[in-house]
Design a protein around this ligand. Sequence first.
Ligand code: SF4
Length: 295
Amino acid sequence: MGSKLTAENEAAVRARIGYYRDLGIFDFYRRGGPENQIGTETVTEVAVETAIVATDVTYADPVPVPGATPDPETLPPMPSTVAASRRAEAAKTMAPQDKAAALAAIREEIGDCTRCALSRGRHTIVFGDGDPHARLMFVGEGPGADEDAQGLPFVGRAGQLLNNMIGAMGLRRDQVYIANIVKCRPPQNRVPEPEEANTCAPFLFRQIDVIQPEVLVALGSTAATYLLGAKSPLSALRGRIHHARGVKLIVTYHPAYLLRDPRQKKEAWADLQIAMRELGLKASSQQSAASGRQG
Ligand code: SF4
């Protein structure tokens, strides 16, 4: 006789199934066995994962399930982790020009994108900017007016502050990579809707898989939410190391927030120092900050 799942585990599995369905995956295998029983249903996550890998679905990435807050620590691995780690392994042996080509291929696939509603108000798609071999990658929320006009991330006032933050770390902007959760400007700079972010973020995840930075820095709550696949208050996420796409992830304030509340700059600097420790950087040493992968 198989033992039934607890109500909590059942809810978690149902949330996961909802997550798969949100991704457009509706075919589930059935497998006998007590460990997978949910009432009268059985679900084989492994089979689902295998099916995803077999078809190389690259869009299956951690995104929040509406109405649920999955805990990555307790839920089974996201189905994309196998495909992602496969891409990451391939990326490790890529020559610099191959990484640039792989990023260009993602950009080409995005094309003149109309996959979500943000396409209607944008001027330019803001793909990302920086060194394809960067050891450090920043992820923000979405383009603002300046970014939309120029087609580059973080070029307005918040971008100036980010440049200063990067400089304080002993790096130049061209030594890091910068991108956003969504590539088109949300109207009035509002927070992207989940449907918009879930549609666009997989392109970002693929950029991360190609670049394979040693450290990711999530700038603000939206970036943290979609990179971690769960929503938590920023205060609960700051000050420690998380993992996303197999990469160490630090969470800090968005530079636009720091412009509104400069008192928090000290806190943001403390977060960046965690990233610096992980990268072996010293603030005063400009040259030691250069990408170790650059020839
Ligand atoms: S935000 Fe992303 S998914 Fe939406 S239209 Fe722009 S590029 Fe496409």
